[in-house]
Design a protein around this ligand. Structure first.
Ligand SMILES: [Zn+2]
Length: 299
C-alpha cells in the first residue's frame, strides 16, 4: 500500500464511534475478500480492457462492469473510470462508502481499504501486477476519492495481445503481410485489421509504417511461450444478470471499437517506460522469467 501524502486525520470523536466504524469496516473487508476470492478473470477479458483508449470505452467492457458491481455490492460505492493511460488507470468514487463511515471534520486520506481492494483485484484476479495509490480523498475536501493504478508494463504486454495479433506480427516479419489478405484469412473486416495495427502501434510493436520494432520482435520471440501461459476458463460474471454490455453483443471487441463514431486518439506507450525491455529480454529464457524479474524489482 502506498504511503499517504497527508497524515491520517484524528479519525474518531468518541470510543463508541470508533468501535461502530471499525465494525462496519471489518464487515466491508470480509465482503471484499469473499468477492475477490471467486473472481478470477481470463486474459481474453482483461485484454479487452487493456485495448481501450478512453474511459468511455473502458466503462463499456463487461469486465469493468463486473468490477463496478463487485465494489458496489461490498458497500464501497460506485466506481468510475476518469482517465485511461497505457499503463495507468484512474478510478474515482463520488459517494464513497468508506468516507461516509467517518464523521470527523479533520482532513486526510482514509480509503486505504479501497486502494487495497483495487490492488488485490488487479493482481490476483486479472493477473496484472500494479501499485495503487489513493491520490485524492473526499475527506481531504475533494468531491470524490481518486485512485491511481499503475500497471507494470511487462504485465500488460503479457496479456494485451492475442493469437491474431501475434499472427499479424509474424506476417509482417515474414514479409507477407497485406491488409486485405489478412482480413480474408481471418474472416474480419479490413477496418478491424487496421484497428489492430493501431493498437500494435500504440504499444510500439510496429511503427507508423507498419514495420516491426525491436520491442515487437522481442515480444514475438516470446509469443509462443506466452500462449502456453494463457488459461481459458469461464469469466466470473457468467449468469450475472446485472451486467449489460454493448460490447458483449458484438462479434469482437475490435468490431465494436471500429463503430465508434469519433475514434479516440490512440494512447502511446512512452518508450522510457519500457526502455530496458529488449536488453533484459536477451538475458531471459522466457517471458515469464522476464516478468518475474521485473515484478520483483518493483518491490
Ligand atoms: Zn475516500
Amino acid at each position: 500500500m502506498a504511503e499517504p501524502h497527508n497524515p491520517t486525520p484524528g479519525l474518531f470523536e468518541s470510543f463508541a464511534e470508533a468501535i461502530s466504524t471499525l465494525e462496519k469496516l471489518t464487515k466491508m473487508e470480509t465482503k471484499i475478500t469473499a468477492a475477490l476470492e471467486d473472481s478470477r478473470v481470463p486474459w481474453k477479458e482483461s485484454r479487452k480492457l487493456l485495448k481501450c483508449m478512453s474511459p468511455d470505452q473502458m466503462s463499456n467492457t463487461t469486465l469493468f462492469q463486473f468490477m463496478q458491481n463487485l465494489f458496489f455490492e461490498a458497500g464501497i460505492g460506485r466506481l468510475e473510470i476518469s482517465d485511461v493511460g497505457r499503463f495507468q488507470l484512474t478510478f474515482i468514487i463520488k459517494e464513497c462508502g468508506v468516507c461516509s463511515l467517518y464523521h470527523t471534520k479533520e482532513k486526510g486520506k482514509v480509503c486505504f481499504i479501497i486502494s487495497d481492494a483495487i490492488l488485490k483485484f488487479f493482481v490476483k484476479d486479472l493477473d496484472l501486477p500494479c501499485s495503487v495509490e489513493e491520490s485524492r480523498c473526499s475527506k481531504e475536501g475533494f468531491e470524490f476519492c481518486e485512485f491511481k493504478t499503475d500497471l507494470q508494463p511487462l504485465g500488460v504486454y503479457k496479456i494485451a495481445l492475442d493469437d491474431i495479433d501475434r499472427a499479424l506480427i509474424g506476417d509482417i516479419l515474414g514479409g507477407r503481410f497485406a491488409t486485405a489478405g489478412f482480413a480474408k484469412d481471418y474472416e474480419m473486416d479490413e477496418a478491424e485489421v487496421t484497428y489492430r495495427l493501431k493498437v500494435l502501434e500504440s504499444y510500439q510493436i510496429v511503427d507508423s509504417d507498419n514495420n516491426v520494432t525491436e520491442i515487437g520482435s522481442t515480444y514475438y520471440k516470446f509469443a509462443q511461450g506466452l500462449r502456453a501461459l494463457e488459461e481459458d476458463f469461464e469469466p466470473p460474471w457468467k449468469g450475472l444478470a446485472t451486467i449489460t454490455s454493448s460490447i458483449a453483443a458484438k462479434n469482437s471487441f475490435a468490431e465494436a471499437m471500429c463503430e465508434t463514431i469519433n475514434p479516440e486518439p490512440f494512447i502511446k506507450v512512452d518508450s522510457s517506460e519500457i526502455v530496458n525491455l529488449a536488453e533484459e529480454a536477451k538475458k531471459s529464457k522466457s517471458f515469464a522469467e522476464l516478468i518475474a524479474k521485473h515484478v520483483k524489482s518493483m518491490g
